[in-house]
Design a binder for this molecule. Structure first.
Ligand SMILES: C[S@@+](CC[C@H](N)C(=O)[O-])C[C@H]1O[C@@H](n2cnc3c(N)ncnc32)[C@H](O)[C@@H]1O
Length: 299
């Protein structure tokens, strides 16, 4: 099914199945969260299979659709909250670094049009752009179109959008200068008085030791960029020409970007001790998440 590949259905389901099984009085018990470090690899696989079977039955019998799974997941709750908070009704939105489209699709229920941009076509999302129109029409988001492109060089006309968003995405840019080029491009494509909206995790708190530990592993493994500090993001926005740059911190206690636990332990090389420590932290404290910082800037 195209939908399961392109829209992260499994990821969303692992967060929403506990609510769904209780809503439908199913005799199934699922843990909250995606990864349980106490399980062995075969147990994890068995849990994954059971999740897909129950989800398949609920969807197959037409009892739920993708939006139910999305709205009940922490990822969906966070993207819905952000869209309501940051996007004005009936605006024309450009969502850069759309990934699986979680924020873009949340926006599509508020905005008049959403254009999603991302250079990816791999990372577990193979075929995303080929199937984009089919996915958008399956989710009934006909006001949304997708373009495979890089945020640092947008193939779009200037002065075209009311809002440019980038949600949990700049961490995946290849370099800090690429983020700065993206901010300049965002300024160019926005209409006068249009708004840039940038959201990222705020890692300078004590509430997120396990997340930080994993984040540091991921950075070491070169999967992600070290996150710029809040004052750097604000400075780059000003340097790109934006005015009225402000930011707000939100802590909704949601697992908006679940930690990815590397199953292939051979990739950890000399960092196995850190991996064990992170595992213990997740067992004792759960998949805790840092708050997020939402930046807003006006052209
Ligand atoms: C964590 S995902 C984004 C999540 C998504 N916004 C959401 O709401 O779920 C980060 C994305 O940034 C994208 N990315 C990396 N470099 C980029 C660039 N130069 N321009 C645009 N997107 C980029 C990656 O391909 C990846 O899909």
């Amino acid at each position: 099914m195209a939908l399961s590949i392109t829209t992260g259905l499994y990821l969303l389901a692992s967060q929403s199945l506990p609510s769904l099984t209780s809503q439908f009085h199913l005799n199934e018990d699922f843990p909250q969260g995606i990864y349980d470090p106490r399980l062995s690899d075969p147990q994890t696989k068995a849990l994954e299979n059971r999740r897909m079977r129950v989800l398949g039955e609920l969807i197959g019998k037409g009892r739920i659709g993708w939006w139910d799974v999305f709205d009940l997941s922490d990822i969906g709750k966070e993207r819905n909250k952000l869209a309501r908070l940051l996007i004005r009704p009936s605006s024309k939105v450009l969502d850069v670094g759309c990934g699986r489209g979680f924020f873009s699709f949340a926006c599509s229920r508020i905005a008049s049009t959403v254009t999603c941009v991302d250079p990816m076509n791999g990372l577990g999302r193979k075929g995303w752009w080929e199937e984009f129109s089919e996915t958008a029409s399956l989710l009934s988001v006909e006001n949304t179109r997708g373009i495979r492109a890089d945020g640092s060089s947008l193939p779009l006309r200037g002065d075209s959008f009311d809002a440019v968003s980038s949600i949990h995405a700049i961490r995946n840019f290849r370099s800090r200068s690429e983020i700065q080029s993206f901010f300049k491009e965002a300024f160019r494509v926005l209409k006068p008085n249009g708004r840039a909206v940038i959201v990222e995790s705020e890692l300078n708190t004590n509430s997120c030791r396990a997340y930080k530990m994993f984040y540091s592993l991921r950075t070491q493994l070169k999967w992600e960029l070290r996150l710029p500090k809040s004052d750097e993001i604000a400075r780059w926005l000003v340097e790109s020409g934006f005015r009225r740059v402000s930011s707000e911190t939100h802590d909704w206690g949601l697992r908006y970007a679940p930690v990815y636990f590397p199953y292939d332990k051979s990739t950890l090389k000399g960092r196995k001790h850190e991996w064990e420590l992170a595992r213990e932290l997740i067992i004792s404290k759960g998949e805790s998440h840092p708050p997020i910082r939402a930046f807003s800037a006006t052209k």
